[in-house]
Write a protein that binds this ligand. Structure first.
Ligand SMILES: Nc1ncnc2c1ncn2[C@@H]1O[C@H](COP(=O)(O)OP(=O)(O)O)[C@@H](O)[C@H]1O
Ligand SMILES: [Mg+2]
Length: 314
């Protein structure tokens, strides 16, 4: 089988490492070419039996949608979710609306578009967190994204509008345990990988206890402790596993995905659904969770391909 490894034109250090590693895993079973998503993509992708899609860029409102759309158009099988699912997952308010419709719990929220006014008698309970509606990797999240009064909330919303030119999502801040859940589609159905807890409690005083941009991406991550499996009571763990499978199905996710959740008391709140999580060895959460389930990096990559192959009858 000829497999095309479809990647973004520009790759930073982590993504380069991911591409090399996925390629090496695929080479164990397939002929592999790395193909960048650029102006020659439609010509170059012709004739491949399957595409392993790692492309997450392209456009602003349409990021991550192009490669699966074009592959569908050309009838080329590919790994990961279709464009329609990425479209829903890229926009946190779309994701939350679909989840709510299906009875899945997510924090109370409101959306404020650029130029819109937010009234003082909104019904959210402070503290709230103000996020860009369609970014990722903690972009736009900083200490003062969490606010406790209307003035600071307005300021944070305005900053999102100015900085990202997109709506702000204002969401009740869930002060509780954070976990992330990896899901893998396997031969016998959906497998929920061992749940990972992200423990912020060792961060220095004065540093926000959540994945702000600086905590996630700028050196503070060395203070974070990861527990696999998460320290959850059995009933809640089982509830989360079944919720994760439900989320996977209702959003139309495919092959693999990751869901970010916060827990307070006995209640869980879905924060974010990652329809194409990165596969950086030694770094990405889903890799750590797969390893805890006994799946080595290469096996995970090959499992993803097998799941796609089953879907297309290949
Ligand atoms: N409602 C919330 N309550 C508590 N923490 C939150 C909330 N929303 C976001 N966070 C914190 O911000 C991080 C990033 O937010 P998330 O919605 O997952 O966006 P991204 O797409 O950038 O990953 C989360 O991992 C969590 O630590
Ligand atoms: Mg997230």
């Amino acid at each position: 089988m000829k497999v095309a490894l479809v990647v973004d034109k520009k790759l930073d250090g982590n993504k380069k490492k991911m591409v090399e590693s996925v390629k090496n895993a695929l080479l164990k079973k397939y002929d592999v070419d790395v193909i960048a998503f650029d102006e020659n993509f439609m010509r170059r992708i012709k004739g491949y039996d399957l595409a392993f899609n790692l492309s997450t860029s392209g456009g602003k409102d349409t990021r991550q949608l192009h490669v699966p759309s074009i592959l569908d158009l050309m009838g080329i099988p590919y790994t990961g979710a279709p464009a329609s699912t990425h479209a829903v997952c890229m926009d946190k308010s779309f994701t939350k609306s679909v989840l709510l419709k299906h009875g899945v719990s997510t924090a109370n929220f409101l959306v404020v578009h650029p130029g819109e006014y937010v009234s003082e008698d909104h019904e959210l309970r402070y503290p709230v967190i103000v996020k860009p509606i369609r970014e990722g990797s903690s972009k736009g999240l900083k200490k003062n994204s969490v606010v406790t009064n209307i003035e600071d909330m307005k300021r944070a919303i305005f900053w999102i509008h100015e900085r990202f030119n997109e709506p702000a999502l204002v969401e009740e801040f869930i002060d509780g345990m954070e976990v992330t859940i990896g899901i893998l589609e396997r031969e016998n159905g959906l497998e929920v990988l061992p749940i990972m807890e992200i423990d912020f409690s060792n961060l220095p005083d004065g540093v926000e206890k959540f994945y702000s941009d600086r905590v996630k991406n700028q050196g503070y991550d060395r203070y974070i402790v990861y527990h696999i499996p998460a320290r959850l009571p059995l009933d809640l763990k089982e509830e989360l596993e079944s919720v994760a499978k439900k989320v996977f199905k209702v959003l139309g996710l495919r092959d693999y995905a990751r869901i970010d959740i916060r827990i307070k008391g006995k209640s869980y709140y879905i924060l974010d659904v990652n329809s194409l999580p990165l596969l950086v060895p030694g770094y990405s959460d889903i890799i750590k969770m797969a390893e805890a389930a006994g799946l080595k990096y290469d096996d995970l990559v090959l499992e993803i391909v097998m799941s796609a192959r089953r879907r297309y009858g290949l």
